[in-house]
Design a protein around this ligand. Structure first.
Ligand code: ADP
Ligand code: MG
Length: 262
């Protein structure tokens, strides 16, 4: 059974234009997108900038209005759930963002950053218990223990992404959406973060939706790959098979664009 099933998902944004700013057109940011994510697997979502990947990710977390289609999680439709009913799933489905510095509050210590999601989702834990969880998270993501009292700007890009990953893990999610988690990092650091994600996936039995524009990175991470172009899925299948035997021109172009990993 698929843990997550996306069927015929459509997300259209109105474009204002013409006389008196009347709505004249729509951007089909996501157009009839369908894919499944099996429990414990990694599905890679790949496509160049603007192809609709982040919009899909946002829809899965109900962060953007959806024009049509269906998203089920454990066989339950989530698109029409109220915020109250979706709340337990907000804990189960966590996101790791591309830009850790933009997604980490610069005025919060790492301790506060890791405590915040726990305060929201584990109300019965006291401060000490939360601090214990935070300290253990730091070890899991390979940050020094004295990081807790420090601020995001005191860390390197790779370390900040480790903080972002620790924050996502703080509420014991089952499903992790990683939206270009290494795109802002130096190539030499990328592999470390990718391997960390793989190790954590195994340790916590996570299901991953891994988003990137680089097909080599996506192949390295994924069991299956979904290729998006202009809001549509042009091709999907087993990661190795799809990369060795691309059926669509656009996939071939993505493969040609791949910089070889150092
Ligand atoms: P990707 O993550 O693959 O780079 P996005 O999902 O961010 O692509 O964007 C897909 C398309 O949808 C782009 O053309 C983008 O400009 C458009 N888009 C995304 N969000 C909005 C929005 N809130 N309003 C209007 N257009 C949007
Ligand atoms: Mg994006």
């Amino acid at each position: 059974m698929a843990l997550l099933r996306v069927q015929n998902l459509k997300i259209h944004f109105p474009v204002r234009g013409g006389w008196f700013g009347r709505s004249t057109d729509v951007i089909k940011a996501v157009d009839k997108v369908s894919f499944d994510v099996e429990e414990g697997s990694t599905v890679g979502l790949v496509g160049e900038s603007g192809s609709g990947k982040s919009t899909v990710a946002r829809a899965l977390l109900k962060l953007t209005p959806v024009t049509g289609g269906s998203v089920t999680y454990r066989d339950r439709e989530i698109l029409n759930l109220s915020e109250h009913d979706f709340r337990p799933l907000r804990k189960e489905m966590q996101m790791v963002f591309q830009d850790p510095i933009g997604s980490l509050n610069p005025r919060m210590t790492v301790e506060a950053i890791l405590a915040e999601p726990q305060q929201i989702h584990f109300k019965d834990k006291d401060r000490e218990e939360r601090a214990e969880v935070s300290a253990s998270l730091l070890r899991k993501v390979g940050l020094p223990e004295d990081s807790l009292q420090r601020y995001p700007h005191e860390f390197s890009g790779g370390q900040r992404q480790r903080i972002g990953i620790a924050r996502a893990l703080a509420v014991q999610p089952k499903f992790l959406i990683c939206d270009e988690p290494v795109s802002a990092l130096d190539v030499s650091v990328q592999a470390q973060i990718l391997n960390l994600l793989k190790d954590l996936q195994e340790e916590f039995q996570l299901t991953l939706l891994f988003i990137a524009h680089d097909l080599a990175v996506v192949r390295h991470m994924s069991d299956r790959v979904v290729v998006m172009h202009h809001g549509k899925v042009v091709e999907q299948g087993d990661a190795n098979e799809l990369c060795e035997n691309p059926r669509h021109d656009y996939t071939r172009r993505l493969l040609d664009a791949v910089p070889h990993l150092a």
